[in-house]
Design a protein around this ligand. Structure first.
Ligand code: FE2
Ligand code: FE2
Length: 239
């Protein structure tokens, strides 16, 4: 169902390049978060896995940056960027931010598992609509192998560190993502409504008040009358 929308999003080379460059930033950010998680954990196996994961994300960042840069460099200088569609095609962490230090080991693994799973699904979809750009497809192929590993190890480690409550942790992580999605949607909607109200004020209320002010200026107040400019000049010359 989303195929045609994503095909349209990825068709424009300018937009494609900017998306890949933005993915590069998100992956590098994810790599830093995982290095921090490796630093904080007391579990030696998790430390090793987080470090490997961090270096994978760093490599993904480089792959995306190189490919995005190559697409941009191949574009004619006068070409214009199309409408950006970050909401419809977000990167690996989606639009979520990870706060490593605030989470327990099991909550962190549940969050990572869900984001890696979503990333694997998204990247597979982006790859499928990029038949016209085989070089970018190769980048997604390469990255998808690692995402499958990330998705699997986070799940198996979650069941190891929380054998009894891993199901609950996954539900909490799902709810957390839904809540964040709702907040983002509400904030975006508030922005749109705010913009509409300001536009209505500018084009409807402002001219109305300006017309009323002009009318009030022309109208004579009771007991007062406008001074005739000729008479005003002769009065001035007398004094
Ligand atoms: Fe990645
Ligand atoms: Fe990943």
């Amino acid at each position: 169902m989303l195929g045609p929308l994503h095909r349209w999003i990825w068709r424009d080379p300018h937009r494609r390049a900017r998306k890949l460059l933005r993915f590069a930033e998100t992956e590098a950010d994810g790599g830093r978060d995982l290095s921090r998680a490796a630093e904080l954990t007391h579990d030696p196996l998790l430390r090793r896995l987080y470090l490997r994961h961090a270096s994978d994300e760093q490599r993904h960042a480089e792959l995306f940056r190189e490919r995005g840069g190559a697409i941009l460099r191949a574009l004619p200088p006068a070409s214009k960027p199309g409408f950006d569609a970050n909401w419809f095609a977000p990167g690996e962490r989606g639009l979520d931010d990870l706060h490593v230090a605030d989470q327990g080991e099991d909550a962190l693994l549940a969050f990572l598992h869900l984001s890696e799973k979503t990333a694997a699904q998204r990247f597979a979809l982006y790859r499928a609509v990029l038949a016209h750009d085989p070089e970018t497809q190769v980048v997604f192929d390469e990255i998808l192998k690692d995402e499958a590993f990330h998705m699997n190890y986070t799940y198996s480690q979650l069941t190891r560190v929380a054998p009894k409550k891993h199901g609950r942790q996954l539900w909490w992580a799902r709810l957390g993502r839904l809540w964040k999605a709702y907040l983002r949607l509400a904030a975006a909607l508030a922005g749109v409504i705010g913009g509409l109200v300001l536009t209505v004020q500018y084009f409807v209320l402002l001219p109305l008040f300006a017309a009323l002010a002009k009318r009030a200026e022309r109208r004579e107040l009771p007991g007062w009358s406008a001074i005739d400019p000729k008479r005003n000049r002769s009065l001035k010359s007398q004094y």
